[in-house]
Design a protein around this ligand. Structure first.
Ligand SMILES: Nc1ncnc2c1ncn2[C@@H]1O[C@H](COP(=O)(O)OP(=O)(O)OP(=O)(O)O)[C@@H](O)[C@H]1O
Ligand SMILES: [Mg+2]
Length: 526
């Protein structure tokens, strides 16, 4: 057997010979001959090894930004890696609902198939250059994904396949991401190197369309509308409209407007931006807030009628306040803080909804909620701004059945007919119905809760009747009072009229007497 030392010395001389030959080739061959030989060598290599490789480095650009493509590929390959690769890495991904994302370790390889072709993915590692000096932080290691495929698939891979991987990777990230609920910060907190226009918490509202109590047809219509919107990227581009949709949710308190927003966000997997208009100083701030929102989100302005005085009464109110201030300057000082709170105008808000800036980012839903739709300025809710009006109304029988299923797990019961009848006659919000259906102790079963609800509806009905009677009585009293006032006014007018007539008659009599005396004194002149 050959000794180890001999083997090494033979290998050494072989390398030395190869280097000598390469140096000879490099120096003595003319340039055109060299490139001819090199091109033939390439052809030969490609004949023996007909595969192409593409690298996707983890960090790119001058400031070594983590490549979006790398992250998308990592996510895309995650499921394949966990089932195929033997050595895996667990990475904690920010804002993801998955505790960790698994990716293959260096020098592992997984296969993928697309339209009948097979490709290979591997993670490679470039060892760090130890002696280099840089102001930029030294990266421990530089990794890249290596995609290998047969040269006959070049066109499909470079066109369709890579696109598919990146899009699918991003879609998985969106699917796995934790939804967030944002709230706008007052602008004094916007400064600093970490600008924080919005703060967020993880959005964990459990509402869904299944648990939302409302007419099933209406619910279906809303779901279809949402699906059409979320899949409408091409359509919106085709018709030349920004990819956004406005919903106006209106109805009495406790009818499920906020719950509906949560259900929408859960259904579409969107984030929610809860915009508190009263803390926005002016229209410029409003625009900045809008720019900071991301796509796939619902921007909510709750109780729009109370958020700002956008109902055209702003001026009236201001005038009134000014009058008060003139009388009492101290009241102005007391109000000082409040007054400087918001100067957002109706036109600023309209601009926010459908100005040029509103198109940035795309795929956004804007929701307004209000208890008093009639109070809103028509310009704010005209079609195109608010595309769909959704009325959230009092609990009907169908809505009750959803709540009974949710809260008591019953689909039918003999008491349902009574409840159906009572709900037809009485206005009760889903919130009140839900509260009565909720068992308050271990001893309360479905029947007890249903009976409790019946009692509550009956009480509400009695109260409503009493209220209506009281209102009717007050109205009648008011009308009677107005009538009396009117008749007293008539009497007054009659009296003053009579007085006028009397005075005039006295005057005429006086005039007649004076005339008579004059005639007497002067005699009749013919
Ligand atoms: N349609 C509904 N379906 C299911 N639950 C509902 C519905 N409406 C109200 N609720 C229940 O009542 C509670 C209050 O409802 P929600 O806050 O959505 O009402 P709202 O219309 O937003 O009221 P407000 O006008 O006062 O903001 C919710 O927590 C929910 O449990
Ligand atoms: Mg609400």
């Amino acid at each position: 057997m050959m000794m180890m030392g001999e083997t090494w010395s033979q290998l050494g001389s072989l390398i030395a010979t190869a280097m000598f030959l390469w140096a000879m080739f490099d120096q003595s061959f003319p340039h055109h001959l060299r490139s001819l030989i090199l091109s033939h060598t390439k052809k030969l290599t490609s004949f023996v090894y007909p595969y192409i490789q593409i690298k996707f480095p983890e960090f790119t650009g001058e400031y070594l930004k983590r490549s979006e493509a790398y992250a998308a590929i990592e996510t895309y390959l995650s499921s394949k890696s966990s089932s195929e690769a033997k050595s895996l890495k667990a990475v904690v991904v920010k804002d993801s609902s998955q505790p960790v994302q698994l990716s293959m370790d260096e020098n592992e390889e997984v296969t993928d198939e697309f339209e009948g072709m097979k490709v290979w993915w591997g993670v490679m590692n470039i060892p760090p250059r130890t002696q280099s000096f840089s102001f930029l932080p030294q990266m421990e290691e530089k990794r890249y994904y290596k995609l290998t495929f047969h040269k006959s698939h070049r066109e499909t891979v470079c066109g369709k396949y890579i696109n598919h991987v990146l899009q699918e990777g991003k879609a998985i990230t969106v699917r796995n991401r934790q939804r967030r609920l944002f709230i706008n910060n007052p602008s004094q907190n916007w400064g600093g190197y970490r600008s924080t226009q919005w703060s967020h918490v993880t959005f964990e509202h459990p509402a869904s369309f299944d648990t939302l109590a409302m007419d099933s047809k209406k619910k279906e219509e809303i779901i279809n509308d949402l699906i059409k919107f979320s899949e409408g990227k091409e359509y919106y581009a085709k018709i030349g409209k920004a990819w956004k949709r406005g919903y106006l949710l209106y109805g009495p308190p406790g009818t499920g407007k906020s719950t509906m927003i949560a259900a929408m966000a859960n259904y579409l997997n969107y984030d929610i931006y809860d915009l508190e208009l009263t803390t926005v100083k002016d229209n410029t701030e409003l625009r900045r807030l809008l720019i900071e929102t991301t796509s796939k989100s619902i921007i909510v302005i709750e109780d729009i009628d109370c958020s700002l005085d956008l109902t055209g009464q702003r001026n009236k109110k201001k005038e009134q306040e000014k009058d008060e201030e003139k009388k009492d300057p101290a009241s102005k000082m007391a109000k000082g803080e409040e007054e400087s709170s918001s100067k957002v105008t109706l036109s600023g808000l309209l601009n926010f909804i459908d100005g040029l800036w509103s198109a940035c980012g795309g795929e956004r839903i804007i929701v307004f909620t209000t208890n008093y739709v009639e109070k809103l300025d028509p310009a704010l809710i005209r079609r195109g701004r608010m595309d769909k009006y959704i009325e959230m109304s009092y609990c009907g029988f169908e809505a009750f059945k959803v709540l009974a299923k949710n809260y008591l797990d019953v689909d039918s019961h003999e008491l349902f007919a009574t409840i159906d009848h009572l709900l037809e006659e009485t206005d009760m919000t889903p919130a009140d119905v839900a509260e009565n259906l909720m068992p308050k102790s271990q001893n309360e079963d479905a029947e007890t809760c249903l009976k409790k609800l019946i009692e509550a509806i009956k009480t509400a009905k009695e109260e409503a009747t009493k209220k209506a009677e009281e209102e009717a009585r007050l109205k009648a009293e008011k009308e009677e009072k107005e009538k009396q006032e009117a008749s007293q006014e008539d009497v007054k007018i009659d009296e003053s009229l009579a007085k006028d007539v009397k005075e005039n008659v006295v005057d005429v009599v006086k005039d007649d007497k004076t005339l008579g005396n004059e005639v007497k004194e002067n005699g009749v002149t013919a």
